[in-house]
Design a binder for this molecule. Structure first.
Ligand code: FAD
Length: 342
């Protein structure tokens, strides 16, 4: 019997696991892919993410996770009328697989048992604990007093527990060799409705040009992507010499009110699966912060479920309000997000 089983070795899972293990709890962290695992991500660490790595992990973001250009100087938004706004803030540019491996390694050093290539199939509350069914080469079960579900966007366990089918946003991005007349040290976001149903973006990773769009219906992704490329060619002199990779992914469709699911009984949710995600898909900081907050609520009230929920909700209130304000701010820039206006 573990004290806690954490599902998912992303920013939320590793932070929750490490925090608990450091306080002496026995923690098993499950990851379905082999670590380092691939995660579609622009890998932009805003200042808050950098500060949280230092705060929770006691060290700066490691050089091993960074890609070129290592420094990110902020975001340039183009609104639905084609006007550009520059928001300067020092950040970092990382490969997500490397950063998340480093976070998981730190959790392991704190005493977390990690099993990768292991899929959490389901979980069931029993007496004063939870039984989790796991699948690797064999199917077997493990028990814990609590489960922290940090599965990210797909959320097999959460779907089963809540019996729901969440609305999703589909992302389509490509990695390319080529050139474009834009500042590579900024993340560029485009909010014109003719270029995407959500947002479109450009950034650079190890000299590869990354161009992406997000849409509400997956079948429309390539159509919008083609429009975005043509816009970038005309407006910013984009020249693609060679397409290196196509990357399709999903992200939560954040709805008005930015609803958060904190958990069901002894199974808690943290990170993206709980609903924590800022505009332009900025979710690493929210993953770490919610994972840490939940872990601390468990440390404080391990035998009192009601108090764990109460602390977790209160502790993430500021994060939730920040998220609502950020979405409302973006809604002021384009009708694509009009429903998010406060
Ligand atoms: C295209 C794109 C670009 C983005 N760019 C940025 C960015 O630049 N900056 C930023 O801050 N955020 C960005 N995000 C958002 C960010 O990636 C997520 O919000 C963040 O990763 C959420 O962290 P998490 O720990 O909640 O989930 P994840 O990082 O997704 O981790 C969840 C883990 O759980 C594992 N898992 C899932 N189900 C199971 C299961 N049943 N059993 C075992 N393991 C399981 C998964 O394999 C995964 O490793 C981007 C997202 C997308 C899609």
């Amino acid at each position: 019997m573990f004290d806690v089983i954490v599902i998912g070795a992303g920013s939320a899972g590793s932070t929750a696991s490490k925090t608990l293990a450091e306080k002496g709890y026995s923690v098993l962290m499950i990851e379905k892919f082999e670590i380092p695992r691939y995660k579609s991500c622009s890998g932009q660490l805003i200042k808050k993410s950098i500060d949280l790595v230092q705060k929770y992990y006691g060290e700066p973001v490691p050089a091993s996770a960074m890609c070129i250009p290592t420094k990110n100087r902020g975001m340039i938004f183009t609104d639905d009328k084609g006007r550009s706004f520059r928001f300067e803030q020092d950040g970092l540019n990382v490969w997500r697989s490397s950063l998340d491996k480093w976070l998981a390694d730190k959790a392991a050093l704190s005493g977390v048992e990690i099993r990768d290539i292991t899929f959490a199939v389901s979980c069931e509350e029993k007496d004063d604990g939870v039984t989790v069914t796991l699948k690797s080469e064999q199917t077997y079960t493990e028990q814990a007093r609590y489960v922290i579900d940090c599965e990210g966007v797909i959320g097999t366990l959460k779907r089963k527990l809540l019996n729901h089918n969440p609305k999703l946003i589909y992302t389509y991005q490509t990695y390319n060799q080529g050139s474009v007349d834009l500042d590579y040290q900024f993340f560029h976001a485009y909010l014109q409705p003719e270029l995407s149903e959500y947002d479109a973006w450009f950034n650079v990773k190890d000299n590869q040009l990354v161009l992406g769009v997000s849409v509400k219906e997956s079948r429309k992704a390539e159509h919008y992507y083609a429009r975005f490329i043509s816009y970038m060619e005309k407006t910013h002199n984009l020249r693609i010499e060679k397409q290196l990779k196509i990357d399709k992914w999903i992200m939560p469709w954040i709805r008005p009110g930015c609803n958060i699911d904190f958990g069901v009984g002894r199974v808690f949710f943290a990170g993206e699966i709980a609903g924590f995600l800022n505009p332009m898909g900025e979710g690493i900081s929210a993953g770490m912060e919610s994972g840490h907050c939940l872990a601390m609520a468990l440390v404080k009230h391990f035998d009192n479920l009601e108090m764990i929920y109460s602390d977790y909700k209160n502790g993430t209130d500021a994060l939730h309000n920040y998220m609502k304000r950020q979405w409302s701010f973006i809604a002021g820039m384009t009708d694509n997000f009009a429903e998010m206006r406060l």
